[in-house]
Design a protein around this ligand. Structure first.
Ligand code: MG
Ligand code: ZN
Length: 223
């Protein structure tokens, strides 16, 4: 009985990986660099995305896909207000994006007109990590108010990622956040992982993140 359940879950993940590979092929064909942003609710995903758009939109063409569990378009509206194409995926209560959702969202965008595609996953530190969607980089945003023990409590999400953002560093003077403890936890799970410490409020540290994106996008468009 249990064995059968395991097999079913494996099949779903296999099918998902297939579609994720096709998504990445599709993005590569259009020389688009795509990132999958994951975080818990309130870590500042949308704020980082908005600030990133403002700093990059005169240098490259950006589009955003917003994953939300409800049919509220609050985040997508904020992105649209900056003049950037935004597509909302309503997961219908599901707590993560999967590859076929991304496939559908991609097909509603004009891929000829995009250099950087930013995907905001559903706010949740558990299952988004298990579902590849076909992006080139998986990014987690942690934030200072969430606490320095996140890597110890939610190890899975930090294992497969390519980059980590530590957001809201402007709050460090007010919160007992042991940066060394946090970074040690990350290093155990994902040795050598690049961490961008930044603040949307003060823009401190943002240039490193922006430069990382610029070089990734330029590698992809010059392939
Ligand atoms: Mg958001
Ligand atoms: Zn889920």
């Amino acid at each position: 009985m249990i064995q059968q359940k395991v097999q079913i879950v494996e099949k779903i993940l296999d099918a998902n990986d297939q579609i994720a590979m096709q998504n990445q092929q599709n993005l590569d064909n259009h020389q688009i660099f795509a990132i999958n942003i994951m975080a818990s609710p309130g870590a500042g995903k949308t704020s980082v995305i908005l600030k990133t758009i403002q700093m990059l939109q005169d240098k490259m063409r950006i589009a955003v896909i917003e994953g939300d569990t409800a049919a509220v378009t609050i985040d997508a509206d904020k992105v649209s207000a900056l003049g950037v194409p935004a597509v909302q995926i309503n997961t219908g209560g599901q707590c993560h994006l999967d590859a076929s959702m991304l496939d559908r969202a991609i097909s509603s965008l004009d891929l000829q007109q995009i250099d950087l595609l930013i995907i905001e996953n559903v706010g949740n530190l558990i299952c988004p990590a298990s579902f590849k969607i076909g992006t080139h980089a998986n990014v987690v945003i942690a934030s200072v108010p969430e606490g320095d023990d996140k890597p110890y409590k939610y190890p899975n999400i930090y294992r497969g990622i390519d980059t980590l953002i530590l957001n809201k560093t402007d709050l460090l003077p007010y919160i007992d956040f042991r940066k060394d403890y946090f970074k040690t936890g990350i290093e155990l799970l994902n040795p050598g992982l690049e961490i961008f410490e930044l603040s949307c409020k003060t823009e401190e540290g943002f240039s490193n993140w922006i430069n990382w994106l610029k070089s990734k996008v330029s590698n992809q468009t010059n392939r």
